[in-house]
Design a binder for this molecule. Structure first.
Ligand code: NAG
Ligand code: NAG
Ligand code: NAG
Length: 400
């Protein structure tokens, strides 16, 4: 299989070298097919040796291997100046890496520097995209000040991302205390199978991880998420006529930490799920809805929440007409387990499952979950469940 790196027209930073000696083998994993909490490691790594390594090269006067992208906002917003390989929401990409059987190791000294401070508005590029890749490892790579999603893996299989650092923090005193770094997701997975994400430290203004349509057999572990909106599934069902499948996902050992509000105030959820309504309003990339989907077999365990606004949330009304009485999303959420999760919310909503009247949420188990609200002015912890059946293990019944 030919390794075909595709790089930004401004930069070429990847030098392929023949690999001498041994490299850490990717620890690829699959899950068992139920939510009992067990998973079965896949012995796929046996004998695997990458045939190519990509060593990041210093550019210009850079002291390290970090590749600087100038914030020439208008220029990057022109479609022909970026790659358009990620189908969902017609995203633009800066770096695109594709191919099979390779390692990209930035040795904790390299990555992409997006100089993201001046960025606002639509059309901002994804900083680092892995597209149509197979049997690959991305290691110890940092993505600083991305203008948009820090990274994405799309249409790929058997890829390990290990030891990633993402930091999207506003440093302009004029915006201190506000959330201005929206859409700076840590990673979005899309149309990909057997992806392992581990040892991540993400500071961002949006989803720490977003598991999107047709992500299957995903393992994400040992994560710190600082600020933003939390660990997300979705959004799903945005494309009318397209079915979004999310199946067999294990996310474990995660800390969701609120930043100092003087830096950035948002820490919206611990774990949340978002889907579009059954009625389409407008068309993607900005509008949408009407798509179907199934989320099944997801395990979340060993989480700590630090003052998140809502602990666990399912909302399925993206793009819903304002006068719609019942949410009609065609995305079904079922067979999920939340185990060994503790911490706090800064308000009173611990659980908000606002599910579709067409596809009820079902079979969601909580086990050893101890998340407490802030109890502001004596407010009681709230557990809200609508169109949801088989919700077990909460300290009080979950009602409307
Ligand atoms: C992220 O960047 C900000 C601004 O440079 C810095 O203050 C903060 O310590 C960084 N966070 C981490 C976890 O390194
Ligand atoms: C997901 O996979 C199903 C089954 O192969 C396919 O019908 C559907 O279009 C895929 N959805 C996406 C978002 O690619
Ligand atoms: C809780 O955090 C949210 C931001 O995530 C903020 O808007 C809200 O004011 C906070 N609530 C309290 C009571 O501090």
């Amino acid at each position: 299989m030919q390794f075909k790196p595709v790089f930004s027209s401004l930069l070429a930073f990847c030098v392929l070298a023949t690999l001498a000696g041994s490299t850490a083998l990717p620890d690829l994993e699959v899950l068992s097919t139920d939510t009992s909490g067990d998973r079965v490691p896949l012995p796929a790594s046996a004998g695997w040796k990458p045939s190519r390594v990509c060593r990041l090269k210093p550019l210009g006067a850079g002291k390290d291997d970090t590749n600087q992208f100038e914030p020439k906002v208008e220029w990057w917003l022109e479609p022909e100046n970026t790659y358009r390989v990620v189908f969902i929401q017609s995203q633009a990409s800066w770096f695109v890496v594709t191919g099979s059987d390779f390692v990209i190791d930035a040795h904790k000294t390299g990555g992409v520097h997006g100089n993201g401070q001046p960025w606002t508005g639509d059309g901002r590029p994804i900083a680092f995209t892995v597209h149509k890749a197979r049997d690959a490892v991305i290691k110890d790579f940092s993505i600083l000040f991305p203008p948009f999603w820090a990274s994405t893996v799309a249409e790929s299989e058997r890829v390990v991302f290990d030891g990633m650092v993402v930091n999207a923090t506003n440093t302009d005193p004029r915006w201190a205390g506000q959330t201005v770094v929206w859409n700076t997701d840590g990673i979005d997975t899309y149309r990909s199978d057997r992806i392992t994400l581990r040892n991540w430290d993400v500071t961002c203004g949006d989803d720490c991880i977003a598991v999107k349509g047709n992500s299957t057999n995903i393992v994400a572990r040992d994560f710190v998420c600082r600020g933003g909106t939390g660990v997300a599934f979705g959004s799903l069902g945005q494309y009318n006529g397209i079915h979004d499948i999310v199946k067999n996902v294990l996310i474990e050992n995660v800390k969701i930490l609120r930043l100092d509000p003087k830096v950035q105030p948002n820490m919206n959820h611990g774990i949340y799920f978002k889907a579009w309504d059954g009625v389409a309003t407008g068309t993607p990339p900005t509008g949408g809805g009407g798509g179907s989907g199934l989320v099944e077999n997801a395990i979340f365990r060993n989480f700590v929440f630090d003052r998140v606004q809502t602990g666990f949330q399912i909302v399925q009304n993206f793009g819903a007409p304002v006068d719609e009485v019942e949410v009609s999303s065609k995305v079904k959420f079922s067979k999920m387990l939340f185990g060994n999760i503790r911490g706090t919310t800064n308000e009173s909503t611990i659980v908000r499952f606002d599910c579709s009247s067409v596809e009820h949420c079902s079979d969601i188990r909580f086990k050893n979950v101890n998340v407490k609200g802030a109890g502001i002015q004596g407010a009681k912890d709230e557990y809200i469940c609508k169109n949801a059946e088989g919700i077990t293990g909460l300290p009080v019944p979950c009602g409307n």
